[in-house]
Design a protein around this ligand. Sequence first.
Ligand SMILES: Cc1cc2nc3c(=O)[nH]c(=O)nc-3n(C[C@H](O)[C@H](O)[C@H](O)COP(=O)(O)OP(=O)(O)OC[C@H]3O[C@@H](n4cnc5c(N)ncnc54)[C@H](O)[C@@H]3O)c2cc1C
Ligand SMILES: *[C@@H]1O[C@H](CO)[C@@H](O)[C@H](O)[C@H]1NC(C)=O
Ligand SMILES: *[C@@H]1O[C@H](CO)[C@@H](O)[C@H](O)[C@H]1NC(C)=O
Length: 314
Amino acid sequence: MSSFSSNNTAALAVIAILAYMYFAKRQSSSQTSGSVFKTSLIKEEFLPFELIDIVNHTEDIATYRFKLESETHKLGLPIGQHITIQYTYKNPESGEESEIIRHYTPVSLDLETSGYFDLLIKKYPKGKMSQLFRDIKVGDHIKVRGPKGFYNYEKLLPKKKNLFMVCGGTGLTPMAQIIRGVYLNSKHNPLLDGISNFDETKITLIYGNQKEEDILLKKELDELVAKMDGQLSVYYILDQAPKDVSWVSKVGYADKELLETAGLKATSEDDNETQVLLCGPQGLVSGMKRMLTSDFNFPRVKPITKMEDKVFVF
Ligand SMILES: Cc1cc2nc3c(=O)[nH]c(=O)nc-3n(C[C@H](O)[C@H](O)[C@H](O)COP(=O)(O)OP(=O)(O)OC[C@H]3O[C@@H](n4cnc5c(N)ncnc54)[C@H](O)[C@@H]3O)c2cc1C
Ligand SMILES: *[C@@H]1O[C@H](CO)[C@@H](O)[C@H](O)[C@H]1NC(C)=O
Ligand SMILES: *[C@@H]1O[C@H](CO)[C@@H](O)[C@H](O)[C@H]1NC(C)=O
């Protein structure tokens, strides 16, 4: 940082003040992202967004950056919600075309990002939307509408004492958004000095993957664990043991013992302190639902969950 010129320092100070004003405004208002900045999304209409960058992480996982209307525009997505992408899929064998839609949770946040949004995508060999992300080039456009979803973290009031998250693979993306949102509004965010109503929600994340290379945003998560000083705990579980297992909480599936180690306690009817959030492969989600009911006294989880529920499935 010592190489920064005074001009840069002044510019940073201005950015810090603007960011501060933005956070302060959001703290004192229950309005969503659209209240201060111009936003780009429309609920009922697919709009084109231009791809401006791709960063590969592995052969089938990459971050795609899309441009908004101007550098000051924000996407307009409340924390916890997702966007819908439409694509004309072409069957490679028959050549037959069909319109498909899929849902994605950006990993960038309106709280701290203007002018673009980022999608972290895993491509599947035979996946239909995966075809779009395999073929897309910088300069191409995708069709997006939103926001959508039953969970809107900004409207979750009062905030929960604990959020207990269990996810697998790209199921991390809604969790990552909420974790980042909590951090930005927590006392650990240096830009928030002086604001008193911090978000004090304690977050436990149990994150499962097949192998080490599949773990998304590991560096970002580990940095937040360090910065948040006990407010965030992360438990990695893997199907295949890596060379160094010291940072892995379990090789195999999440079981009762692991959830207990991570601090989950049996709930009771009048206990509203902890909410469990689930996202990921069908097997993980249904297994967790069963375990929460049989081993932790949670009510049976309905097929479609609402933000008020003790267990929410994205
Ligand atoms: C709220 C929400 C947020 C999401 N956020 C993200 C995100 O941020 N990033 C992300 O990458 N994904 C995210 N997803 C998942 C995403 O919506 C898609 O499901 C995913 O990208 C796969 O879509 P696809 O069309 O490529 O695959 P699909 O064509 O739907 O197929 C999915 C997988 O199933 C296999 N498959 C397809 N048909 C069959 C069949 N008949 N039998 C057996 N296997 C089959 C495919 O080979 C592929 O492996 C999210 C989902 C939800 C609901
Ligand atoms: C990213 O990966 C894709 C597909 O594997 C490849 O075509 C592309 O060249 C890669 N881009 C970079 C910048 O490495
Ligand atoms: C839990 O319930 C009590 C009593 O109804 C209420 O005062 C409190 O705000 C609730 N807390 C949360 C986190 O929902």
